[in-house]
Write a protein that binds this ligand. Structure first.
Ligand SMILES: Nc1nc2c(c(=O)[nH]1)N[C@H]1C(S)=C(S)[C@@H](COP(=O)(O)O)O[C@H]1N2
Ligand SMILES: [Mo]
Length: 240
């Protein structure tokens, strides 16, 4: 067999493995503390998939944008619990905490965040459950916020912790992408509690679960911190 054929075969095997892991339902995933060989194999493939997606990712490639008429109204809620359980954060006492490789770590109030230059986007949020919505979010570009606080943008990860215990993390290139924002508003009004009040990450180049809501703090660093769904087998990079 020629070497090229062998490489093609390997690629095919990998593509099949990637298909397999993307089809894993979160609830059927086994105890992550005791992965069997197949799980280890799939996890290794998913890590390989992260690297391929990171290599293909370009800060110049924008996620599609839409017109006002295409906005999904009412929006669709999703979380790992029912909408009635969504956390309610007091906007008056709210502080967005900062940790890790950041020069200015003072926490931010909502008034301070709202005083920063903002951008707006009409983009699509795609959930792995098989639905998508189009919404209008506005807020502070994460890129300019990271620069403002003196974050070390040579670090690998930006991680987020939420009021409901949810957490997620993204690669620095995605954090610096022009469409990645710390969203404050939906349809030009402050975010409401079930949809991420008072502050959420809106990153249209990634799947819905990489858009943590009700952010309490952010860390910049080189230690992989995973995420709520990521730790249960969902692919970490999850570009959309
Ligand atoms: N804090 C928090 N953020 C979260 C989640 C969650 O359970 N808690 N679910 C994620 C998932 S799976 C999706 S699809 C989107 C849904 O966002 P929406 O409710 O605005 O549609 O939020 C993401 N961010
Ligand atoms: Mo989701």
């Amino acid at each position: 067999m020629r070497k090229l054929d062998l490489d093609r075969r390997k690629l095919l095997a990998r593509a099949l493995a990637l298909g397999a892991i993307s089809a894993l339902p979160a609830c059927d995933y086994e105890d992550p503390a005791h992965p069997d060989l197949a799980d280890k194999f799939l996890l290794a493939m998913s890590r390989w998939n992260d690297r391929v997606q990171a290599a293909l990712f370009s800060r110049h490639t924008l996620a599609p944008t839409f017109s006002t008429a295409q906005i999904t109204n009412p929006p669709r809620f999703n979380a790992f619990y029912d909408i009635s359980q969504a956390p309610v954060v007091d906007p008056a006492t709210y502080r967005f905490g900062l940790t890790g490789q950041i020069q200015e770590k003072a926490p931010w109030s909502l008034d301070q965040l709202r005083a920063l230059p903002r951008t707006s986007q009409i983009t699509r949020l795609v959930c792995v459950e098989g639905w998508r919505v189009i919404g209008q979010w506005s807020g502070v570009p994460l890129r300019s916020f990271l620069q403002r606080i003196g974050a070390d943008t040579t670090c690998r990860y930006v991680s987020f912790q939420c009021a409901d215990g949810y957490y997620s993390s993204i690669d620095m290139a995605s954090a610096l992408h022009p469409q990645t924002i710390l969203a404050l508003d939906f349809l030009n009004a402050p975010l409401t509690p079930p949809f991420g009040a008072p502050l959420r990450l809106r990153i249209p180049t990634k799947l819905g679960f990489k858009n943590p809501k009700s952010l309490m703090s952010m860390n910049v660093g080189n230690v992989y911190t995973g995420g709520y769904w990521e730790d249960q087998g969902y692919n970490w990079f999850s570009g959309s």
